[in-house]
Design a binder for this molecule. Structure first.
Ligand SMILES: [Zn+2]
Length: 303
């Protein structure tokens, strides 16, 4: 098995995470962030299972966002084997659900969008694309419920669903179907990755924010600003995580560059962004080491 496209947090998830620590997101954005995080966590859990149990010859492509002829579709995970593409829509739902005449709802009654409907569309769009390229592959598509606390009443045995208890066996079984990969498999995988779009106009955008409204200071990944900073390291008083000053600064600089791509990165902007909590010279040293310097003296900025 070879992973040819790794999973990474989406820009939107990274951005919402940054903003969540430094400002109060409204309820809709907060709920959206929680769902994105939950989804990402579930996908990562699947990746771990793939790495553990998929040993046969196969190419793994994670997180594809493809636009073809005005149709946009997203694939959480795709496994390319000699003659079959295994398509997975990963859902990290928790709790008790029921299926009634193609409608998915919580057992409490609240309806949610049925991922099987979405899967059918994705499968069809992928089928068309593969056909346009003159290739022929069987496509086996499944919704994969990754969370072990997820229960679905009234599901049919023929529904394209893999439950958390079945994933390991499904992957082991997949190994037995893996034959030697052909050039065509690599060609297909490369073409799919070429079509991948980083960002989409159809995706939700970050809420508007203003630098003055954001809390400055150095912040831990857990969201706490309560850090003890020494010469070389920093330590979070809430989650006890320890980081070197270098790691802390690199994270803060990345965050600043992400949130304010138009602004120049200088020692003093970063110093201010870090709430003047880190030695000025240390900041300059990190900027000089990790970025390119332009300009002179007080006008020096980094990219
Ligand atoms: Zn922490």
């Amino acid at each position: 098995m070879k992973i040819i496209k790794k999973r990474e947090k989406s820009k939107l998830l990274i951005g919402l995470n940054y903003l969540d620590k430094r400002t109060k997101l409204d309820n809709t954005d907060k709920r959206y962030l929680i769902n994105l995080e939950k989804g990402y966590e579930g996908e990562e859990r699947f990746d771990t299972l793939v790495k553990t149990y998929l040993t046969g010859e196969a190419l793994v492509i994670n997180d594809l966002l493809i636009e073809n002829k005005g149709n946009v579709f997203q694939i959480d995970a795709l496994i390319v084997t000699t003659d079959t593409l295994y398509l997975y829509e990963i859902k990290n739902y928790k709790g008790d659900f029921q299926m009634n005449s193609g409608q998915l709802s919580y057992t409490s009654g609240q309806e949610i969008r049925n991922p099987l409907t979405q899967l059918k569309r994705t499968k069809e769009l992928l089928r068309q694309l593969v056909k346009e390229w003159g290739l022929s592959y069987r496509i086996e598509a499944n919704v994969l419920f990754i969370n072990e606390t997820f229960t679905l009443y009234n599901a049919n045995v023929e529904d394209s669903i893999i439950f958390s208890t079945q994933i390991k066996d499904a992957l082991i079984k997949l190994n037995t179907k893996c034959k030697r990969l052909t050039k065509q498999c690599n060609y297909l995988a490369d073409k799919l990755i070429d079509m991948h779009k980083e960002e989409s106009l159809f995706q939700k955008q970050l809420p508007l924010y203003n630098k003055k409204e954001l809390k400055t200071g150095v912040v831990c990944s857990c969201g706490s600003f309560n850090l003890i900073i020494t010469q070389r390291s920093c330590y979070c008083k809430v989650c006890y995580k320890q980081l070197s000053i270098e790691e802390l600064l690199i994270g803060s600089i990345e965050e600043f560059k992400y949130l304010f791509p138009e602004q120049k990165v200088t020692t003093s902007t970063i110093n201010e962004w870090c709430g003047n909590r880190v030695n000025h010279r240390k900041i300059r040293h990190i900027l000089q080491t990790h970025l390119m310097a332009y300009g002179k003296n007080s006008g020096t900025y980094y990219e």
